[in-house]
Design a protein around this ligand. Structure first.
Ligand SMILES: [Zn+2]
Ligand SMILES: [Zn+2]
Length: 423
């Protein structure tokens, strides 16, 4: 591999409660055109992972660009496209596989993850972005390693492949073999939340008792409960539709269609809920004043905790629109934050980040919250700063000891002297 360029690109929080995604550029040369294309594609990838059911706050994004001698990837099934030598030897399919199965072989995956380990050791998933015009992608079970072509279908394939890595979703499309033939050893109920082989109660996901099992359009049309519904409505009925996990028989999916089944469909209800649950777990919100259930954080001495400012709207499910609007900072707003209690924390910083350029705008030590009785009171940190026109703010601190292994803290935000109170 020739040259490697690394940028931490968009960091939304502490690595230990975010899903750290490393985009690796494959088949991009050092030409100005390819460099620009890679940066554009990374920006698009982040956009596709920032819309529902995903949310940007759940991820930290990094990129690593491998420099290729030639643009593009290998097409062993189509010799007319010539032979390329991309750094990870990625290729579109191989004999016995489909051309859209965009693969990297085990030795090359190992080389790639060794490299990523050495620069972003806390990575959760590696996404190899392959510079080619062809449609394709692949996910390696249990490896958290994805390949996605930045060509045709990129915006649809990436959320699908990320569904495997982020929420453990299974494919909902069929093939030409039955469950036992395709999975001769594994058998049994799959771990994926959206695929089941069990048709007897209790079912894996909630199904209305009126829905026939197995579920199909013919059976639904015969039910008086569904009289008058269009086929499109019936196809959205949650049931047990046969055909999933790359087999046509013996495995069932929740709805007729889903992004885990076909390119243009939205995620089904079960997949949407699974991604939302994973997102909420990954996207630990700061604990805000008045929030009904403070979220405890595990203290890891020496780790860095970053809390976004203003707090992430995706995490604040119980906040009304008006409060959210007041939480957005505008240029030259004077912002004051108070955060605490912070036991075992010596230094707190407020960081302004623009692109990947970071500036510390305030720093200090947590002080007793009640100066008249310092021994009995908890250490809190407060700071005031004017808002820049663009960029993001974070509160950052590193617990140096873990007197309290799990602790909750609250953040109070004052904009121009007015306390922003949450519900
Ligand atoms: Zn898939
Ligand atoms: Zn689904």
């Amino acid at each position: 591999m020739n040259v490697v360029i690394v940028y931490p690109f968009q960091i939304s929080g502490s690595s230990w409660n975010r899903f750290d995604v490393v985009f690796v550029g494959e088949g991009f040369t050092a030409s100005e055109e390819d460099v620009a294309r890679f940066e554009t594609r990374v920006g698009e990838a982040i956009k596709y992972l920032s819309v529902s059911p995903y949310a940007r706050c759940a991820f930290n994004f990094y990129w690593v660009r491998l420099v290729s001698n030639e643009s593009g990837s290998d097409h062993p099934l189509d010799s007319s496209l010539g032979c390329k030598d991309p750094p990870l030897n990625s290729h579109f399919g191989r004999p016995g596989w489909n051309e859209w199965d965009l693969m990297v072989e085990p030795d090359d995956r190992q080389r790639c993850s060794d490299l990523v380990n050495s620069i972003v050791p806390n990575w959760d998933v590696i996404v190899v972005l392959v510079n080619d015009t062809m449609y394709g992608g692949f996910n390696y079970d249990d490896e958290h390693f994805l390949t996605v072509s930045v060509g045709t279908g990129f915006q649809n394939v990436l959320p699908h492949e990320m569904g495997h890595a982020f929420a453990g979703l299974g494919d909902e499309y069929g093939d030409l073999v039955d469950w036992e033939t395709y999975y001769p050893i594994e058998g049994g109920e799959p771990d994926n939340p959206n695929v089941t082989i069990n048709t007897a109660p209790p079912l894996k996901w909630e199904v209305d008792p009126a829905v026939p099992i197995p579920t199909d359009l013919t059976a639904l049309r015969l039910k008086p409960e569904f009289a008058g519904k269009s086929d499109a409505e019936l196809e959205r009925t949650v049931g047990l539709w046969e055909g999933a996990a790359r087999v046509d028989r013996g495995a069932f999916r929740p709805q007729f269609d889903c992004r885990m089944r076909s390119e243009f469909a939205d995620f089904c209800k079960v997949c949407t809920e699974a991604v939302s649950a994973a997102r909420t777990a990954a996207c630990a919100a700061p604990i805000l004043e008045g929030q009904p259930q403070p979220r405890p954080l595990h203290c890891i001495a020496g780790s860095t905790v970053r809390v976004p400012l203003p707090p992430c709207p995706n995490c604040l499910t119980a906040v009304d629109e008006e409060t959210l609007a007041r939480l957005r900072f505008s240029r030259s707003d004077q912002v004051r934050v108070e955060i605490g209690p912070l036991p075992g924390v010596e230094v707190v910083k407020i960081i302004h980040r623009e692109g990947w350029l970071e500036t510390v705008v305030a720093t200090g030590h947590p002080m007793p919250s009640d100066p008249s009785s310092p021994a009995a009171s908890q250490p809190i940190f407060s700071a005031e700063f004017p808002v820049e026109a663009s960029g993001h703010y974070y509160i950052e601190f590193s617990p140096v000891t873990c007197e309290v292994p799990r602790f909750s803290f609250s953040v109070r935000v004052f904009v121009n002297g007015v306390s922003v109170r949450l519900l």
